[in-house]
Design a protein. Structure first.
Lengths: 159, 388, 168
């Protein structure tokens, strides 16, 4: 007898609703802590460079992911605050599929000196003026407003 | 079996702590770096990577193993994750073993990492649906119930008292005082300390349990011809075994870990072991609770059913005894970052067989050891036999 | 000794590092809500509980009487053969006296979780539940117990339709 033969009516099937009671408190790690502290305290952006691989990580890492070499203090450099827009999107729906009003403009920004990109908001710009290759610059919160978060950068705007 | 011989040629780890500043990736990199350094190899020499790490929900990072890959040397390489709960640490070596034994790769870096500290209010929150959502969660269970129920069944079956069990916690925490990575080593702990500790879920008391921790361990595996170039003390993987029992845990005989026996048989057969008690010199069974060391020793067929407590009382399992058990200090002494803990036991046997265990060194030139881990819904057994 | 076994000295954090804001943190509460399907077997089992019955399935090949019921036997991998009704009495297979909740809050009176062999199911076929109306110090493995049910109009089709198991 197949299992499904035992189900007489589709409406007999029921579900139990629930959730998992987890919440999280994350720390940023050795490298992340330094990056966020510099952002909060000095309003500067840091990266770490592996000379052998010719690669600069932003946010910085304490080791090179490609060759596994340690990236000590001497390998840390300032990057940005300006950069180039390598991609962008206009987001119309939120996480629950409800419309965002206004839609949210996001960019993938390669900061000057970095090898990779960072995701962040774009503002003070018309959608029609946004294009790949646009030069942008970070707009920071004021020092008392900063807390050691990526949101200490308010957004990026055209340079 | 026409498989290539595989050796462990290097090992390294991080200290186990309650809460590390380092992210899981950074912990992985530190452990992997130590392991590579120990055999003077670089990431370029590594052809494949195996990552062992227990639930994503502990770190609160989805697809955790992918996220960890960079720190484990996995960037741009064939990379695989294994996860069998607490059994992971030992199982990861079985996975690494078949990467090399099959002939597919000459080297494999095995890394095990756990960062349980971000999970609030307690890592149990991530675990709670290990209980059946319909038949068990509505009762408001505590994970401790499962272990307490198992411990009680074991004690009752063989007429054991708390003292018979607590002596394991004393042995392991004292052993751990000599382990440089240990969180809970205590050279002065006494039986009375354990028996006086707070009752959590009788018969489980606070000092019967190893607490959650953060940490990582790594080992380097190599095929025969590579191993011999790198070291004159390769530690061979002689047998691997793994076995899973039913998830209907209340149907099982809780006084005996059949899944450990089945995994052990698989590993012993491969290693040509017919008389484990005579042919094995050191054992590192999984000991997140003191009673589990005894339970697992019996499942590993190193002592008859119900007889492990007696042997412990006679000193057989002390470092200078006839069959040293958990000379590292085990989970009770070193700590319990879930997946990393099992690999710590493998690393211990590696160092012991090479006579590099320092103050923890077991005398008598041990030639063969067995490491075992356990987990999931208390139903996985994973076993690896190592030999010189 | 630290370098001999290649141990990296992890940077441990303490509560005061957090209290004194020496460490940047981000808090997150995931919104992960689930609707777990009961399934065929469990659906009927829960319906049975609402009716005051403990139902199970029989595997004729393995000669096992399974509680809670399963639509397939995990040992021989065949579909199971028929329903049966087990009794609402049983024997304590193992138990614990638990003085803490899962999030480590202390309890004055212990909860008494137990694995109970159900009469009518195969021997060793236990379920987990709570003992109640029992002196914690008098609970023993091997003790006979019977189910205390919620009043009919308060049942929901859940395992908690049995309030607890009481020593006979």
């Amino acid at each position: 007898m197949a299992i499904l033969d035992n189900l007489e009516h589709a409406v007999d099937a029921q579900a139990m609703r629930g959730s998992l009671p987890t919440r999280y408190r994350y720390t940023a790690g050795v490298a992340g802590q330094k990056f966020l502290a510099a952002l909060r305290d000095e309003g500067t952006l840091l990266g770490s460079r592996c000379d052998k691989c010719q690669y600069t990580y932003v946010p910085p890492r304490m080791y090179c992911e490609r060759c596994f070499a340690a990236l000590p203090e001497s390998a840390w450099i300032r990057v940005g605050p300006s950069g180039t827009l390598l991609s962008f999107t206009l987001v119309h729906l939120d996480l629950e599929d409800k419309p965002l009003d206004p839609p949210r403009l996001l960019g993938l920004i390669q900061l000057d000196g970095a090898s990779g990109t960072l995701v962040h908001d774009l503002s003070e710009v018309e959608r029609r003026a946004v294009r790949i290759g646009l030069r942008v610059t970070a707009v920071f919160k004021t020092k008392p407003e900063r807390s050691g978060s990526i949101l200490d950068i308010r957004y990026f705007k055209p340079e | 079996m026409a498989m290539r011989r595989v050796a462990i040629i290097g090992a390294g780890m991080t200290r186990f702590v309650r809460r590390a500043l380092e992210t899981g990736r950074e912990l992985s990199w530190e452990a992997a770096g130590q392991a590579l350094q120990s055999c003077e190899m670089t990431l370029d020499d590594i052809e494949s990577v195996v990552m062992g790490s227990a639930p994503d929900a502990f770190d609160g990072v989805h697809m955790k193993s992918e996220w960890l890959a960079d720190g484990a040397g996995g960037w741009g390489k064939p990379y695989m994750r294994g996860y069998v709960g607490g059994g992971t640490g030992v199982f990861s070596v079985a996975q690494g073993w078949y990467h090399v034994a099959s002939g597919l790769f000459d080297t494999c870096l095995v890394v095990c990492e756990e960062k349980m500290s971000p999970c609030k209010p307690h890592p149990q929150a991530a675990f709670i649906s290990i209980f059946d959502n319909f038949t068990e969660r509505p009762l408001g269970p505590n994970l401790l119930w499962i272990f307490a129920l198992e411990m009680n069944a074991y004690m009752q079956r063989y007429g054991l008292k708390k003292e018979d069990i607590a002596q394991v916690a004393v042995k392991n925490k004292r052993n751990a005082a000599d382990h440089p990575a240990a969180l809970l080593g205590d050279p002065a702990i006494t039986l009375q300390d354990v028996l006086n500790s707070e009752v959590l879920a009788w018969p489980v008391q606070r000092l019967d349990v190893s607490p959650v921790s953060d940490g990582a361990v790594a080992v380097v595996l190599a095929a025969d011809h590579v191993a011999r170039r790198v070291t004159n003390k390769p530690v061979w993987i002689e047998g691997v075994g793994w076995n899973l029992d039913t998830a209907h845990w209340t149907d099982r005989d809780l006084s005996y870990p059949t899944y450990v026996e089945e995994a052990a048989r698989m590993a012993y057969t491969m290693a040509g072991i017919t008389e484990p008690r005579k042919q094995i010199n050191i054992a590192e069974p999984y000991d997140p609770f003191d009673y589990k060391e005894l339970h697992h020793l019996e499942g590993l067929m190193l002592f008859d059913k119900g007889k492990a407590p007696e042997a412990t009382a006679l000193g057989v399992t002390q470092r200078n005894g006839d069959l040293p058990v958990c000379p590292s200090g085990g989970l009770l002494g070193v700590g319990n970052p879930i997946a990393a803990a099992g690999l710590m036991k493998i690393a211990e046997i590696f160092w012991q067989l090479r006579e590099e265990a320092g103050a923890r060194q077991v005398p008598g030139k041990p030639r063969r050891g067995v490491a075992q881990a356990w987990g999931d819904l208390m139903q996985v057994g994973t076993v690896v036999v190592l030999g010189r | 000794m630290a370098t001999h076994n290649h141990v990296f000295p992890t940077t441990g954090l303490s509560q005061s590092d957090f209290d004194q804001n020496r460490v940047v943190t981000v808090d997150w509460v995931p919104r992960a809500e689930y609707a777990w399907d009961e399934g065929v077997a469990m659906g009927r089992y829960l319906q049975g509980l609402k009716e005051g019955k403990i139902l199970g399935r029989v595997c004729h090949k393995c000669r096992r009487r399974l509680v809670p019921p399963r639509m397939f036997c995990e040992q021989c991998f065949r579909p199971t053969d028929e329903w049966f009704e087990a009794g609402d009495t049983g024997t304590v297979k193992t138990f614990s006296l638990c003085y803490v909740t899962w999030d480590m809050i202390k309890l004055d009176q212990p909860q008494i979780p137990a694995v109970i062999d159900i009469d009518g199911a195969s021997p060793g076929m236990g379920i987990m539940h709570l003992l109640g109306d029992a002196d914690p110090q008098a609970v023993r493995i091997g003790m006979k117990v019977w189910a205390v049910w919620r009043p009919v109009d308060q049942r929901a089709g859940a395992i908690t339709d049995i309030l607890y198991w009481k020593p006979m």
